[in-house]
Design a protein around this ligand. Structure first.
Ligand SMILES: [Mn+2]
Length: 436
């Protein structure tokens, strides 16, 4: 796997060098200085540090998780990497998973973070940094127009980046399969399921691209449920929602699956809801094509959910009515998806705000080949969002007996990661699911 990624890396580096050369030329710069970031104290009274969260622009160039490293992108020249190599007998930076990238850089080693300053170029430079620099910046820090330009570069993934995301997907899928099997088998508490996921996907908690969401029953109605119950709930009909990814060389996958246990009318209906959301999720994936507005796909997901609710007897009236009167938005209050890459909510694809009725939509771009994003429709029974509907004229648009029967299951979300191609899309998640 690593050798296949290593083979793709030179082209990634060449693409990035060319793209940065354009950014430098367009902004009258000779060089861009990108700081990897420093380890941050947990709080000012503590002497423990959080793990380094590498500046994403740095991670775009190379997967080196080293505090205080500095990358210098220079017009028409090989990039320069300044490393801080000290004799620290307390700790070492995490080992790199692969060493395929070294030959792409001119490397200088210094003893302290402040020593890096002596090797920085002067002249027309700008600095990209996610926190305080250990030296005086030789140019403006994070000028917005330059930040926007390098974010735009990140929206078109290279084959190397897609390869990293595919491997991150494989790792996550091992975790998802294991969590699903444990749920079907002895159904332990959320904490045990989370730990089983970490073990099967081969990562420590701090290495996951985002905090795993592991939610059973009503907890699945908490969109970001990360405070895991330590005990299993009492036996009975039950659901499990796992929204979890894995990392590979700085890139993260983001996958959600929902499972049901038990029989009986309510569990059977919830299983039909899960199957229905999965079906509409697949229909949305199939509709992806360059030139389409992502927000149009989001709007379409509401119409499809409206149809599903009517079909299952949860909704009354027509799908159009359920959408127009905000019922689907009470049941599915988040965005259809977001850009994915080095950051789980990656940059550059929300250049304009969404319409007012899609306030949490993180992707408002026109779909283009090379983009990677998630498609993650859901349907949840969230008391705080249902209460206003129960209390006004819209109450007639839901079958409340059915809603109350489904409430103990919390909700469903199905999420895949897709790469846009010239003719449509490649679904990394389903591809890996099919490999097993
Ligand atoms: Mn997501």
């Amino acid at each position: 796997m690593m050798s296949a990624l290593a083979a793709l890396y030179p082209d990634h580096l060449a693409t990035l060098t060319t793209a940065y050369d354009h950014v430098l030329a367009n902004h009258a710069l000779d060089a861009l200085i990108i700081s990897a970031g420093s380890a941050a104290l947990k709080n000012r009274f503590d002497d423990q540090y959080r793990p380094l969260a590498t500046t994403p622009a740095f991670a775009h160039w190379l997967p080196l998780p080293e505090p205080d490293a500095v990358l210098v992108a220079r017009a028409g020249r090989r990039p320069l990497l300044i490393r801080v190599v000290s004799d620290d007998y307390w700790e070492t930076p995490p080992a790199c998973e692969s060493d395929h990238f070294w030959s792409g850089f001119e490397v200088i080693e210094v003893r302290t973070a402040t020593d890096a300053a002596a090797h920085l170029p002067g002249g027309r430079v700008a600095v990209i940094a996610s926190d305080a620099l250990p030296f005086t910046a030789p140019g403006p820090v994070n000028p917005p127009e330059v930040v926007a330009a390098i974010h735009a570069v990140r929206t078109r993934k290279t084959p190397y980046e897609v390869g990293c995301l595919l491997e991150a997907t494989r790792r996550a899928m091992r975790g998802h399969r294991t969590a699903a099997a444990r749920f079907a088998d002895d159904a332990p508490g959320e904490l045990a399921l989370h730990l089983a996921y970490l073990s099967a996907s081969g990562q420590d908690d701090a290495e996951t691209p985002y905090k795993n969401i592991v939610a059973r029953g009503t907890h699945a109605a908490v969109l970001h449920h990360v405070h895991y119950a330590k005990l299993a709930p009492p036996a009975g009909p039950d659901s499990l929602l796992v929204d979890a990814g894995a990392s590979c060389l700085g890139y993260g996958s983001d996958i959600t699956r929902t499972w049901v246990r038990g029989d009986g009318a309510a569990a059977t209906l919830f299983a039909a809801l899960v199957a229905g959301v999965e079906r509409l999720q697949q229909e949305l994936c199939g509709a992806i094509a360059p030139g389409l507005e992502y927000e149009a796909l989001h709007d379409r997901s509401h119409l499809l959910l409206g149809e599903l609710l009517v079909e299952l007897g949860v909704g009354r009236g027509t799908a159009d009515e359920l959408v127009a009167r905000g019922v689907t938005r009470a049941l599915f209050p988040h965005g259809l998806g977001h850009s994915l890459g080095i950051q789980v909510h990656d940059v550059g694809m929300r250049l304009r705000p969404p319409r007012a009725n899609n306030p949490f939509l993180r992707n408002t771009s026109v779909i283009e080949a090379g983009q990677v994003f998630t498609i993650e429709p859901g349907c949840y029974f969230i008391d705080g969002l249902l209460a206003p509907l129960r209390g006004d004229q819209r109450a007639a648009l839901l079958d409340w007996t059915t809603v109350d029967a489904l409430r103990p299951f919390g909700g469903v979300r199905i999420e895949d990661d897709v790469v846009v191609t010239a003719g449509g899309m490649r679904n990394l998640t389903r591809e890996v699911w099919g490999e097993a």
